[in-house]
Design a protein around this ligand. Structure first.
Ligand SMILES: [Fe+2]
Length: 321
């Protein structure tokens, strides 16, 4: 099984259709936000047929674990400069592109946000922030962002992660690897399915959540033993104290993923959707300039079942929307 994400390159006619749809969404709704999601879902029903088919195939448990749609009509020269901080982003500057991302994401499930990330905004920014060059979040730059599953510490993490590129002039690569259980021994598969791994929230969530959020040990692999799903975040996890068998099995899994890691270079208008249960992602290191030309992605989180979070969403003290 290859570890490259599948790719769909849009035709000029499809780009024109998508441009009109996003323009209609901007006119009617302003910018993507929770109250307009239901109506966006209806608009997404008239996305170009090839796009709908491609995303439906991916959603149907595609073992590739990721897909790229290339050539969404993002008007890169007319975008505002890359903000120096996500708080500085002006609403509206990326609205057309945001709707493109949201419309495609709607075909995979329901968009959601964390209260603990970027003030609960529905779509979030991935961009370098001064002073955070070495952090393991979407704000780092000079340190490589190690491969991981998004928000692996939490039961309600996304099923899919969408990353739409607005700007990337120095071709900084996103990294990607699909998990292939056939490359591990039966014994390692069994070990990794035991609930003996602690995964902490990353530093962004941790500003708001205490360590107790991840007190319960969890399995790294879950689901059907022959075709398990994956849950890991190496910089923020460890096996149960003294469990050398679990540590060794985790080490072999990480080696397997590292060997399969490939570079996905996104250009403006390219969107990568990662199946957060089947693949890991990260980023190569780069030197930020903080002059408005830095790499800038918009990120969407998608769940296949919003009902899973209904209890925590109803709790005003909870971490999810
Ligand atoms: Fe991530």
């Amino acid at each position: 099984m290859t570890s490259e994400p599948g790719t769909l390159t849009l035709t000029t006619a499809e780009q024109t259709e998508l441009d009109a749809l996003a323009a209609e969404a901007v006119d009617r709704f302003g910018s993507p936000a929770e109250p307009v999601l239901r109506r966006l879902t209806v608009l997404a029903d008239v996305l170009p047929r090839r796009v709908r088919e491609f995303l439906a195939e991916f959603r149907h448990d595609d073992p590739r674990g990721g897909v790229v749609v290339r050539g969404l009509p993002v008007d890169a020269p007319r975008l505002p400069p890359t903000p120096g901080h996500w708080r500085d982003r002006k609403d509206g500057g990326s609205a057309h592109a945001d709707f493109l991302l949201a419309l495609l994401a709607c075909r995979l499930g329901d968009l959601f946000a964390w209260r603990t990330l970027q003030e609960g905004r529905l779509l979030t920014d991935v961009l370098p922030v001064a002073g955070e060059e070495d952090v393991q979040t979407g704000h780092g730059s000079e340190a490589p962002l190690e491969f991981h599953c998004e928000d692996a510490f939490h039961e309600l993490r996304c099923d899919y992660l969408g990353l739409l590129c607005l700007r990337n002039p120095r071709r900084v690569a996103t990294t990607f690897a699909a998990f292939d259980p056939a490359l591990l021994s039966a014994e390692d598969l069994r070990t990794l399915a035991e609930p003996v791994f602690h995964i902490r929230p990353d530093s962004e969530h941790r500003k708001w959540m205490d360590e107790e959020t991840a007190a319960e040990p969890v399995p790294v692999l879950f689901g059907h033993p022959q075709s398990p799903y994956l849950r890991l975040d190496p910089p923020f996890m460890r096996p149960r104290d003294g469990d050398r068998r679990a540590a060794a099995a985790l080490g072999r899994l990480l080696e397997q993923l590292a060997a399969r890691l490939c570079d996905v270079v996104l250009a403006p208008g390219d969107v990568l959707f990662v199946d957060n249960y089947r693949a890991v992602h990260g980023r190569r290191p780069f030197r930020p300039r903080y002059d408005g030309t830095d790499r800038w992605l918009r990120r969407a989180l998608v769940t296949r079942d919003l009902r899973r979070s209904s209890a925590v969403r109803a709790d005003p003290l909870s971490h999810t929307i």
